[in-house]
Design a protein around this ligand. Structure first.
Ligand SMILES: Cc1cc2nc3c(=O)[nH]c(=O)nc-3n(C[C@H](O)[C@H](O)[C@H](O)COP(=O)(O)OP(=O)(O)OC[C@H]3O[C@@H](n4cnc5c(N)ncnc54)[C@H](O)[C@@H]3O)c2cc1C
Ligand SMILES: Cc1cc2nc3c(=O)[nH]c(=O)nc-3n(C[C@H](O)[C@H](O)[C@H](O)COP(=O)(O)O)c2cc1C
Length: 787
């Protein structure tokens, strides 16, 4: 087979040598426009996991790399908040990194290519891909992030670039750091950060990054320099700003200038017999250090696919099938990481230990338990700081810290999220609800939420929805509350709502959001805009209607107080009535209830104020919001911050941060804990300032996720829905799996005999938690240098 490779970076070279090894008969040529020892940047870093794959694929390359590596285990976090608190250095161990200079890596790959008989053409621009595609069986385009091949066939590859808000510069320094180093500091211009890591015994990579607004304030936008030159004025200023970190060592430039990172994604990596690989196909923010790893893993998969499949077509299909899910997942983690750094200023108020933990878990792939296995001493320091001054015993998992909302003390941080059971008759909660909510309360959660109880018959979503507009309903709810209070340590919250334009539909399992086959009732909304083409067009509410519905909310709140509910939540999410006032996609009114966010908030706030006035002063109220509509022109997180702030100013005690379900055509980005970034933003921008709690919800599936969210300060409380349908005793089981039996995790007396039952199975992997903490050995640096 004749194979043309455009670009002699890590991806192109590694692919070529592997393909040649697996098929010595292949004729492989690499075109590289630079000289063999020209290179940009300084060092690349690999995790132990990546190196395992490289070792397995080609032990010769691995041995050569191994000889050159700088290796270390620690991450140093220099935290310099600049607000009167002292600077701190916090170290987390057990991370297992290796790095080398890019130049050395390319040299090793080049040597191996030569010895295997790959033709390398340096200082040579590759021929036009059309020409190569005609004269070769396969063209592998590894021509980097600015790939001309990708641009040439853009209609076939479908590339998109998401250019981000930070500016960064890639520099080197003669200072040899002895750990992967983050330095976060407040400067006169705003918060800046450095990511630095050693690559050999002579120097380190030094990347400085900051939000564009900080970059402008620092005057860096004014830099002027000739094409191909480094931005020497900026580099001098960076040297001054980070002089203490650099210990007097100089910064080194290599065509160094400010860059805005862009995440590159392609709908397809293939156009005929031309295939993209490495940075040409995708990019991932350097803060998760994966660009070279991804390029080399792509190379491995493509070479193996060519070897295993009989045709180029089949090989390219196999390559795509193997690599696309990995790339998507890595880009998702990288996105979380880059957004974290973009918004770094938001977290500088945190205590140093919490900040460090937050930083290390920023991609949400690394969790508390991962870190505990790597470095128990670090984790016990972070947990100790979280417990300090709270009266909670050291070693208590974060999820079992109590939480106070007005006069209500929750025994732990777990909430059973509201879930409509569609099992009421005429709005009356049945024995089903008693068993459902009662079992969740016995299962250990701190707070059990009812489903959305509707404030009127017309305000129901389906004929099976429960309500709270009649005496019979009130009595049935009071029975549920009495059971929860009498038999468990859980609190119980009432969620009240009105379905709005999403009402009069079938039960969930008969056709979610579909109108009834018969017996439909009229639906209403802020404007006559239907939820979907199949939905009824709602009647636009008049002032009289608005007063009536507000009064129905108030009447239901009064009934709820009489039932004894501990907390009242106003459902303003998921496209139901109040949510549809908030979203500009469903609210097209031209009166004082439509238009600006302030106007769209007016009715939900009127309802909230009226309910707050009748709800007992010592009992808390929360509001559930959709923090994004996942659709252009709809609510975005900036609006959600404004919405949370407005409710907080009106006296809400907690904001429960959900997303979406507002418009049928939404495009949500589902994934592990996918809504938590919205909660995080609201908590750190509004919650802290105005003293309200923030609830995270959505695909939080393990207790490790819950502990991590709380310990990192992304939310104060976590609501879990579906896991409680799977396991009503989820919280008690979480405690048992963590070896915790203290306050907040008490088994109901009649169940205690089962609390020590040997564990049948676990979802989170083995966890000798307390033993590990006790075993925490004194920290030692594990840094090894090779000349
Ligand atoms: C600041 C920063 C820090 C990073 N840190 C890390 C890290 O720690 N770990 C990590 O794994 N990755 C890191 N990366 C990413 C890493 O550098 C890239 O992801 C990696 O180099 C991609 O390899 P590649 O082979 O796909 O592309 P490249 O390395 O970009 O190679 C492409 C090659 O193609 C050549 N070329 C392009 N067009 C032509 C043409 N028409 N004819 C001939 N030659 C051509 C170019 O000269 C170049 O040599 C970092 C990147 C940045 C910007
Ligand atoms: C069967 C079911 C019914 C739901 N009903 C409601 C509801 O009545 N009110 C509400 O605010 N959210 C409702 N939700 C959303 C959940 O409260 C929760 O936000 C969602 O399931 C995401 O959390 P999870 O990933 O932990 O399940 C419902 C979810 C499910 C699965």
């Amino acid at each position: 087979m004749r194979i043309a490779v455009i670009g002699g970076g890590p991806g192109g070279l590694y692919f070529s040598l592997l393909a040649k090894q697996l098929g010595p008969g292949h004729e492989i040529s690499v075109w590289e426009r630079n000289a063999p020892d020209d290179t940009f940047g300084f060092g690349v870093v690999f995790s132990d996991e990546t190196l395992g794959g490289i070792e397995h694929a080609d032990p010769v390359i691995y041995a050569a790399m191994e000889h050159e590596f700088a290796r270390w285990d620690d991450i140093d976090i220099h935290f310099r908040p600049g607000d009167g608190r002292p600077d701190r250095l916090i170290t987390s161990g057990g991370h297992g990194f290796a790095a080398m200079s890019r130049r050395t890596l390319l040299g090793i790959l080049q040597d191996r290519c030569r010895s295997l008989g790959v033709t390398l053409r340096f200082r040579t621009e590759a021929p036009d891909p059309d020409e190569l595609s005609g004269s070769h069986d396969l063209v592998v385009a590894c021509d980097g992030v600015n790939s001309a091949t990708r641009a040439k066939y853009a209609d076939r590859f479908g590339p998109t670039v998401d250019t981000r808000q930070c500016r960064y510069m890639w520099l080197g320094t003669d200072k040899v750091f002895d750990a992967f180093t983050f330095d976060v500091r407040r400067t006169p211009y705003g918060v800046m950060q450095v990511h630095a890591y050693p690559y050999d015994a002579t120097g380190s990579t030094f990347i400085v990054e900051m939000h564009e607004s900080v970059w402008r304030r620092a005057g860096f936008s004014a830099g002027s320099f000739a094409p191909g030159e480094s931005d020497t004025a900026a580099i001098a200023a960076i040297g001054d700003l980070f002089a203490d970190l650099l210990d007097g060592q100089p910064l080194r430039a290599n065509n160094s200038r400010w860059i805005s990172f862009g995440t590159m994604r392609c709908a397809s990596w293939r156009a005929g017999n031309v295939v993209l690989l490495g940075d040409a196909a995708h990019t991932a923010h350097f803060s998760i250090g994966s660009g070279t790893k991804l390029a080399m893993e792509d190379a491995l998969a493509l070479a193996a696919s060519l070897h295993e499949q009989s045709t180029v077509d089949e090989a390219l299909a196999a390559y795509d099938a193997e690599r696309r899910p990995v790339v998507v997942s890595t880009q998702r983690a990288a996105q979380a990481s880059l957004e974290w750094f973009e918004n770094l200023g938001r977290y500088v108020h945190q205590e140093p230990e919490q900040f460090a933990f937050n930083l290390l878990t920023r991609s949400r792939r690394v969790t508390l338990d991962n870190l505990r296995l790597r470095d128990p001493e670090f984790v016990s320091t972070v947990e100790g700081a979280f417990s300090a001054g709270t009266g909670v015993a050291a070693g208590t998992p974060p999820m079992f810290h109590p939480y106070r909302l007005r006069g209500l003390e929750l025994r732990n941080r777990v909430i059973v999220s509201p879930m409509d059971m569609y099992s009421a008759v005429d709005g009356v909660p049945a024995d089903f609800h008693l068993v459902h909510l009662g079992s969740k309360a016995l299962g250990g959660a701190g707070l059990v939420m009812t489903e959305m109880a509707c404030i009127s018959a017309d305000g129901r979503i389906t004929p099976g929805c429960a309500g709270l507009w009649s005496d019979e309903q009130e009595a049935a709810w009071a029975r549920v509350v009495e059971f929860v209070h009498g038999s468990s340590g859980a609190a119980i919250g009432l969620q009240l709502g009105h379905s709005g334009r999403k009402g009069s539909t079938k039960l969930m399992w008969e056709g979610i959001d579909e109108p009834l086959d018969e017996g439909n009732w009229e639906v209403c909304g802020p404007s006559a805009v239907a939820y979907s083409p199949d939905s009824q067009v709602p009647r636009e509410l008049t002032r009289v209607d608005l007063d009536l519905i507000r009064d129905q909310f108030v009447a239901a709140a009064v009934r709820g107080a009489r039932c004894g509910f501990d907390l009242l939540e106003l459902h303003s999410a998921h496209g139901y009535l109040l949510s549809s006032f908030l979203s500009p996609l469903s609210n097209r009114r031209s009166d004082e209830y439509g238009g600006s966010l302030e106007n769209r908030l007016r009715y939900p706030l009127e309802v909230f104020d009226a309910m707050r006035a009748v709800w007992p002063a010592e009992r808390p109220m929360s509001v559930r919001v959709s923090a994004t509509d996942w659709y252009d022109g709809g609510i975005e997180v900036d609006d959600a911050v404004g919405i949370a702030r407005a409710f907080a100013e009106h006296g809400v005690d907690a904001v429960d941060v959900s997303t979406g379900q507002v418009v049928k055509e939404e495009r949500p980005a589902f994934g592990r804990s996918y809504q938590t970034p919205f909660a995080d933003r609201i908590r750190n921008e509004v919650g802290r300032e105005l003293g309200i709690a923030v609830v995270a919800v959505g695909a939080l599936s393990s207790w490790d996720d819950v502990n991590s969210v709380i310990l990192a300060g992304r939310a104060d409380l976590c609501a879990l829905g579906r896991v409680h349908l799977y396991d009503p005793q989820w919280t008690l089981h979480a405690a048992a799996e963590q070896g915790y039996a203290g306050p907040g995790a008490e088994w109901p007396a009649p169940f205690r005999a089962g609390s020590r039952r040997p564990q049948a199975g676990r979802t989170d992997g083995p966890r000798p938690r307390l033993e590990l903490i006790r075993a925490g050995a004194p920290r030692t640096r594990h840094t090894r240098w090779r000349p």
